[in-house]
Design a protein around this ligand. Structure first.
Ligand SMILES: Cc1cc2nc3c(=O)[nH]c(=O)nc-3n(C[C@H](O)[C@H](O)[C@H](O)COP(=O)(O)OP(=O)(O)OC[C@H]3O[C@@H](n4cnc5c(N)ncnc54)[C@H](O)[C@@H]3O)c2cc1C
Length: 446
């Protein structure tokens, strides 16, 4: 069995590459040991957003009175919410399968193992390939906290499939995944505590806007413990006791459930990666060039596995660039404008440089902030809710970074991302006609 491209991993990187290469006429084999769609479709981006949408609808129903609409008593059925989530996932996975099949991709369900850069083993069969694309993704990192092996903790998988609402939940890790689950369970009525080692939640996002989001959720009832290190975990009658220490001393929180979400690590073991002898970076990640090609010609590494960004949209773009390189087309990966989104309610989004990174690199900039209330549509649809849009601009007016707190930040941030990627100046937004009234018009106001 000889192919022009063999792909290990059927997540966003793998299926995007397979579709693009198949469409271009390459013979492609894709190995997936679990379910097509990878973490993103099966246990990440899509299932979380499906649950969060139910929470949003419930929030709207609870607060309908703000818009002079009467909803007698809003309620929900968590088991049915989870079933709906599974239905959404199934539909999208089938869609991916149909697309790949239409482009003659040979999908092999099984665990692939690398023999060398041109030979893959899966089950009893051996496959030969001209090019090899590795995209085995990442897995949840379980921190070695004393007691972790003795307690029953949740990872995101358990939280997604849980059908009974816990009365209380401690989330260790206030990053994007932690905050999205905090938002979901807080909306549904669980008493949530978030413990974060750093001095602010959502490391990597704009600090000022992250603090606004935290203040908003603190008002809604979430308890935050920042600059706090979890020191031990133990079982109790009521669930789990989480012991911690911070500048004020030591303490503990007890909750019915515990969710660990302190980060993810690339999957590098168990599939013969060592047989390739790929060069690593200083951070011990696989080294790739701007075409996502590793130190071994013809071997490409995309998505979470290369450890650069750990986001599905980055994985998709990287996969396209890698396939273009295989096809001999001009293209190169740019990480200048990768959006980062937190799908809480309200959402928060950032793209491009942050104030912290500009200060660290000694780059002169000015930060300009506007309230989202400059947009009529935002005011019409966000009764009693504040929002902010902030841009970071170089001395010559070139846009360097942007952040937004308010709905629908996830849909709008790409306007800033495109401007940053193309090296546009603030005044360039004024040359475009924005539909009115839309929240995105805020960008024309700068
Ligand atoms: C709870 C959660 C929420 C998230 N939300 C978002 C979000 O909103 N937006 C966003 O951009 N990102 C989000 N992410 C991150 C996103 O899921 C990942 O960045 C994305 O899935 C990475 O894609 P990938 O193709 O690199 O790998 P993956 O999606 O991890 O896919 C890798 C695939 O490789 C397969 N595989 C591994 N080894 C082998 C082998 N030896 N043989 C055959 N198959 C193998 C695995 O089974 C898996 O299906 C979220 C992640 C989590 C956990």
């Amino acid at each position: 069995m000889k192919y022009q491209l063999a792909i290990i991993g059927g997540g966003p990187a793998g299926y995007t590459a397979a579709e693009a290469a198949g469409k271009a006429g390459l013979s492609v084999v894709l190995f997936e040991k679990n379910s097509l769609g990878g973490v993103c479709l099966n246990e990440g981006c899509i299932p979380t957003k499906t649950l969060l949408y139910s929470a949003k609808v419930y929030d709207y129903a609870k607060h309908a009175g703000k818009y002079a609409v009467t909803v007698p008593e809003a309620s929900f059925d968590l088991a049915k919410i989870v079933v709906r989530k599974q239905k959404v996932v199934r539909k999208l996975v089938l869609g991916i399968k149909a697309k790949l099949t239409a482009h003659q991709v040979n999908i092999v369900n099984g665990e692939a193992s690398i023999i060398d850069a041109h030979t893959i083993q899966c089950g009893e069969d051996t496959y030969e390939c001209e090019n090899l694309l590795l995209c085995t993704g990442s897995e949840t990192f379980i921190p070695p906290i004393p007691g972790v092996a003795e307690v029953d903790y949740w990872t995101h998988r358990n939280a997604l499939d849980n059908k009974e609402l816990p009365a209380s939940l401690v989330i260790v890790g206030g990053g994007v995944i932690g905050m999205e689950f905090a938002s979901f369970f807080c909306s549904m009525g669980t008493q949530v505590t978030v413990i974060e080692m750093m001095d602010e939640i959502l490391g990597g996002m704009d600090k000022e806007l992250s603090a606004m989001l935290r203040a908003d959720y603190a008002k809604k009832g979430i308890k935050f413990l920042l600059s706090t290190k979890v020191t031990a975990l133990s079982k109790s009658e009521g669930g789990t006791v989480v012991s911690y220490e911070n500048a004020e001393g030591t303490g503990s929180v007890e909750a019915e459930k515990l969710l660990l979400s302190v980060g993810r690590r690339p999957v590098t073991q168990g599939f013969g990666l060592e047989n390739l002898g790929l060069e690593l970076t200083e951070r011990r990640c696989i080294k790739v060039d701007e075409h996502l090609q590793s130190s071994v010609p013809g071997v490409y590494v995309c998505g979470d596995l290369n450890g650069v960004s750990l986001l599905a949209h980055t994985a998709v773009r990287e996969a396209e660039v890698a396939v273009h390189h295989i096809l001999g087309k001009q293209d190169a990966m740019s990480y200048r404008a990768i959006p980062g989104i937190v799908y809480t309610n309200p959402e928060i989004a950032s793209v491009g440089a942050s104030e912290e990174s500009l200060q660290k690199d000694n780059i002169s900039y000015s930060a300009i902030k506007l309230p989202m209330a400059y947009s009529g549509r935002f005011v019409a649809e966000n009764e009693g809710v504040n929002g902010v849009c902030k841009v970071l601009v170089a001395d010559d007016g070139t846009l360097l970074g942007a952040s937004m707190f308010g709905n629908p930040a996830s849909e709008l941030i790409v306007l800033a991302g495109m401007a940053i990627e193309d090296g546009k100046k603030l005044e360039d937004w004024k040359r475009y006609v924005f539909p009115h009234p839309t929240a995105g018009e805020i960008f024309r106001e700068f």
